[in-house]
Design a protein around this ligand. Sequence first.
Ligand SMILES: [Zn+2]
Ligand SMILES: [Zn+2]
Length: 443
Amino acid sequence: MKKYIALALTLCCLAPALLKGQDVDSVATNQSTQPRYYTPTSVPDPKVFGQEYYVSDPDRFLRPATIDAINSICHNLYHSVEVELAVVLVGNFDEDKWLAADFCQQLFNGWGIGGSERNTGVLLFFSYGTRDIRIHTGYGMEGLLPDAVCDMIIADNIYALSDGDYNKGILGMVQGIAEQLLTKEAKEELLLGWTPKRYNSDDDLIYHYIYLSFILLIVMTSIALSRINKADKASFEKRPAIIEKTDNLSKGIGCLSVFFPLTLPLLFFAFRKQRKTLRDVPYECPGCGKKMQKLPKEDFDRVSSEADKIENRLHIFQFDYWRCPSCGETHAARFKDKAYSRYSDCKQCGEHAVAYRDCTVKVHPTYSERGEGSKRYQCEVCGNVSYVPYSIPSLFEQEQERIREQQRKEAERRSSYSGGSSRSSSGSWGGGRSGGGGAGRKF
Ligand SMILES: [Zn+2]
Ligand SMILES: [Zn+2]
């Protein structure tokens, strides 16, 4: 077995090195030999990795540091003026099927670059095989990035591409686009459309919130009233169940109160009070049909059974005792108490008083084989002992579980860093469209 562990450890240590080797190889082959062909739908979408990724460079023409720099410029551009700038570098595409402008147009609309309302998207496209460089603009960008300006930005940097310095050329164009869109005039124009709209949506939200809290209050109250009405008339067997459901409902309302502090706490306290009064509404005598009377607490010991006493002491149940004044019949109404869920039903005496005692390991687990154990249970009322077998995960499974747990914690930690958003790690483009504007050249 030690051999296996050693083998596994060696593999784990070697894996990163092997992967790294592959990385280096692929960069070398992609750039030196045949470039890969892409279609507008086969270009990998960087938003898969998260909202802060703007660069698709599957054949690795750019250095990681350049990609980081571009991502940070694009991030700043998006958060300052809500413009989405996508940067795409592909090895090649089929020139017989698409002109660079058509390829860009399909890619642009396929991803939906830029906000869907104002279409503020820009695509910087580079194709190694066809020697194409193009800035493709969304409908909303044609005023700030007219074709002539796009061509000027390309012209200013194209010499670097011709020299084979793609990092310098692409970064230069990204900076050129950002500079153009971050001037004071451009900012004013870009931000004009949506600032007032934000206030509107906030107002709407508050209105909907107040509306919703009152609707909730009305719905909950009517549910509660119908429950209480039913409970009033129900028999010994049914009423505790109804009261219990009402209890659960009131717990739910208690939780909801955190979000609707305006109306729901009121209802929560009303429920609490109602629970007490419901337990005091007289039952009809099952024998003669007269109204029964609730016995005072001092009399409980006299009428309760041994089982009742034990269950009451262990907080499994609470009891109310009722007596009929005309025929003398007594009856107990039973309510689940806070420890109820810790016990189970007894097969011997039928009481809900079976508690877990301890467990013993019969067969210890090994690295590959599961183990066996036995859990001991005992009834608090009749003392009956029972055993339930259970399976113990193998050491390998335990280790896997530990690793999964670690990964889960790591992922949680990472997602709390990225702005505390609870969304999954992938992002998306805004849904913008292009009318085919922009400019391109061959380098
Ligand atoms: Zn009676
Ligand atoms: Zn028992």
